[in-house]
Design a binder for this molecule. Structure first.
Ligand code: ADP
Ligand code: MG
Length: 397
């Protein structure tokens, strides 16, 4: 893993581990001061937030946020419709929040934008959309600069706001956690997808041409994300049902439907503590239309969930160990405390996944060395991280 990371830094396409530069060349320190906005667009919802930073380690004095669902028809409409909707909701939020406050200090409001889709960046506040993922497919936005799209939409709303930074959720998690704890070395997401961000030394990025930034970001994916675990279990069950009579005579329509069994479902079955595995029985019936299973069969089902999830968690832990090793922060030589900040629905909600991940990390690093490594759940890093990076990039500093 550590070797692949180095190869990915060497040249574009040098490794299957894509080492993308974030162009964020400084992380928030706690000394930032003033009012900043954040916008987080990543899944089915988007969030707008406002933070007042106190400076001099007073940190966040106040924060307000609003979460909104993206109307499904906008996920496959046009770019201007999507960004128009986001900008109008942002304008409403700003108007509500700033009601009665005299704002006329002559400064343009500053915003950090967390956009968790593949983007090719050329600077900290611009990036062209490579392709949509998850539920989005807005053809005319592909290849465009998403910051320019948002900026135009805000202008149309008469909203005086400047996008100071474009980041993704892993970079946001890193920034949000580092703001409170300077020992944080990496931000990691285990959600629908998996990715990680860490600070790289500029001179360790041979592929970088031009003026050196001092931050980097890497992404890896081995079918270990929330998006895939349910699907892997579904495929195992389908094969079992075709090669054995373990489920009896069943209608396989649901079992044959791709992505029909989702990770929260297998999580619920995996954590079933009832003596006769009632939850497994329920889920099998409700989701896959498999009824009348024996207790033995249900026990086997839990074991399949365990095998699939354990594999994912162990690979994920190996990835973390690789990052730590690459950074020289695996506790073997450098005895400084190293914190990995993790966010994402899979890590947050799938306890057996996160427990196995943490245990494997200790196993990989060794008892002694792992005492210097801390895994921390960083709740809601990605939104606040955007506002904090906007603050550290502020044109008014
Ligand atoms: P995103 O990458 O879209 O921001 P989130 O961090 O919100 O994702 O995580 C959502 C993902 O977390 C879902 O796709 C699902 O795989 C996983 N997840 C959500 N709830 C649970 C649960 N109860 N058990 C296991 N996994 C879950
Ligand atoms: Mg997210």
């Amino acid at each position: 893993m550590a070797d692949e990371m180095c190869a990915g830094l060497e040249k574009e396409g040098g490794s299957r581990v894509k080492m993308l530069l974030s162009y964020v060349d400084k992380l928030p320190t706690g000394r930032e001061e003033g009012l900043f906005y954040g916008l987080d667009l990543g899944g089915t919802n988007f969030r707008v937030l406002k933070v007042q930073l106190g400076g001099n380690d007073k940190h966040v004095i106040s924060r307000e946020s609003r979460e909104l669902a993206i109307p499904p028809h906008l996920m496959s409409g046009s770019s201007s419709e999507l960004f128009g909707f986001i900008a109008s909701e942002l304008a409403k939020f700003v108007a509500d929040e700033e009601q009665g406050t005299s704002l006329s200090n002559g400064k343009t409001r500053e915003l950090g934008f967390t956009f968790s889709f593949p983007v090719r960046q050329r600077s900290v506040a611009s990036g062209t959309l490579v392709k949509w993922t998850k539920a989005f497919s807005i053809e005319d936005a592909v290849g465009k600069d998403v910051v320019a799209e948002l900026q135009t939409a805000m202008q149309k709303q008469g909203l005086d706001m400047h996008v100071a930074a474009l980041i993704n959720d892993a970079v946001g998690t890193l920034a949000g956690a580092r703001y409170y704890d300077e020992d944080v070395v990496a931000g990691v997401i285990f959600g629908t997808g998996t990715n990680a961000a860490y600070v790289e030394k500029a001179n360790a990025i041979p592929k970088w041409e031009g003026e050196l930034p001092n931050s980097g970001e890497m992404i890896y994916e081995k079918l270990t994300s929330g998006m895939y675990l349910g699907e892997i279990v579904r495929r195992v069950l389908l094969k079992l049902s075709l090669q054995s009579s373990i489920f009896g005579e069943i209608d396989r329509t649901k079992l044959k439907t791709h992505f029909h069994l989702r990770t929260p479902h297998i999580s619920a079955m995996h954590h079933d503590n009832t003596p006769d595995l009632k939850i497994v029985e329920e889920k099998l019936k409700e989701i896959l239309e498999i009824a009348g299973t024996s207790l033995e069969t249900r026990k086997m089902l839990v074991e399949i969930c365990d095998i699939v999830t354990r594999r994912a968690a162990r690979l994920a832990a190996a990835g973390l160990a690789g990052i730590l090793k690459k950074l020289g922060r695996d506790g073997s030589v450098d005895k400084r405390r190293s914190v990995i900040a993790i966010d994402g629905g899979l890590f947050e909600h799938y306890a057996k996944f996160s427990k196995c991940l943490e245990a494997t990390l200790i196993e990989l690093l060794g008892e002694e060395s792992s005492k210097f490594v801390v895994v921390k759940h960083a709740d809601d890093g990605s939104g606040i991280g955007a506002a904090l990076i906007a603050a550290s990039q502020s044109q008014y500093r």
